[in-house]
Design a protein around this ligand. Structure first.
Ligand code: SF4
Length: 369
């Protein structure tokens, strides 16, 4: 299959791994930003092909994982109100809030529905004028244009019963936050290919210059990842810090200008709380002043929530910053599994802990038995 088979070529993978080994003279720590890239790295055993001095750490690019408990609680509180249809992508339903998740709220009678697009939620609002329909907008720059389009459509249709609960986050500020932290170990990034399809490369150029880190914007197949690691190592070994676009078959330097225009019309940049990472300045999107009437956070009265912190055992914040790996967590694979997750990084298929559990558990079991 074009664009898949040639990016899973075993012989080429071996050649790239050999070249990485040949170039690498010291230990380097590289973070892949996207959860989809983490999935590929673990699914295809890419770490096993690399020399021991290439340390891959797994970044905060799983939107489900970084949505804070307080916002999950807010979603559950809104979903539990009478006359509300609460719409979400399926992977948010099992993310633990402080007491229950959305699936449990649904079992208790809340009208929670899985949709495949925010436009499905707009359709529901049109079909159910007596109900308030709320879409839980969770995601990075990649999904924000579809959310913006749903708001644009709702406004055009004069809907007064469609609302968006925004938990949209932005990649460059969280990368800056990782690099600024006192215990940072990251020396290069494998950049987020799909996000850059929308945003283009400019913000990443600023990041690379400010923090003097190489960034290679990459795709999601094994050869994409290996090529990107090679391009990172080549720069690290020669003291360069540029943005290289490895994912040229999809990403254009200027991004998607139509989508960028729509985002500017509908959203405003705001500070956001990230699960495990805390508040990060200018790291999110909220509904702009022309769309305030559609803002679920403003429309629904805030219920007082019991503040319960996350499991004390969970170290997902350190995992998302690249300073720890899931196997450093005492609950990994025992008290915390995908069936009974203690933290969000064990929930999503893009979550680092869930990927370690799926692809590395047996390997780890056999080395410890
Ligand atoms: S294994 Fe579970 S408890 Fe441990 S860091 Fe991952 S999500 Fe948190």
């Amino acid at each position: 299959m074009k664009y898949v088979d040639e990016y899973r070529d075993l012989e080429l993978a071996g050649k790239l791994a050999k070249e990485i080994e040949r170039l690498c003279t010291q230990r380097w720590t590289i973070m892949e930003v996207c959860g989809g890239q983490t999935h590929t790295i673990l699914q295809f055993g890419i770490e096993d092909l690399l020399p021991a001095n290439v340390n891959l750490v797994h970044g905060p690019g799983c939107p489900v994982c970084v949505t804070p408990v307080s916002l999950i609680d807010r979603a559950i509180a809104i979903a539990s109100l009478p006359k509300v249809i609460f719409c979400s992508f399926g992977d948010m339903l099992r993310v633990p809030g402080s007491t229950v998740d959305l699936l449990e709220a649904k079992a208790r009678g809340a009208d929670v529905r899985i949709v495949y697009s925010p436009l499905d939620a707009v359709k529901l609002a049109k079909q159910n004028p007596q109900m308030d329909v709320v879409f839980f907008a969770v995601g990075f720059e990649t999904t924000a244009p579809a959310n913006a389009m749903s708001l644009h459509q709702a406004k055009k249709l004069n809907l007064t019963n469609y609302f968006v609960l925004s938990s949209q986050v932005l990649v460059p500020p969280v990368c800056a936050s990782v690099l600024s932290s006192a215990d940072n170990q990251v020396q290069a990034f494998i950049g987020p290919g799909h996000v850059c399809t929308i945003t283009g490369l400019n913000e990443y150029k600023n990041l690379a210059q400010t923090y003097k880190v190489p960034i290679v914007v990459a795709g999601f197949e094994p050869i994409d990842i290996l090529e990107s690691i090679l391009l990172c190592i080549t720069q690290l070994e020669s003291g360069r810090h540029e943005v290289i676009n490895q994912y040229k078959r999809v990403v254009e330097a200027q991004g998607n200008l139509t989508a960028q225009k729509l985002l500017q019309e509908v959203f405003e940049v705001c500070d956001r709380e990230w699960r495990g990472l805390g508040w990060i300045e200018n790291s999110g999107l909220k509904l702009g002043s022309n769309y305030k009437d559609f803002d679920a956070d403003l429309h629904f009265e805030k219920t007082s929530l019991v503040e319960i912190s996350e499991s004390a055992e969970c170290i997902s914040g350190q995992i998302l910053r690249g300073t720890k790996k899931p196997t450093d967590c005492s609950a990994f694979g025992t008290r915390c599994t995908p069936d009974k997750p203690l933290g969000a990084t064990m929930v999503s298929s893009e979550g680092t802990c869930a990927n370690y559990f799926k692809f590395k558990r047996f390997e780890l079991d056999s080395t410890t038995s």
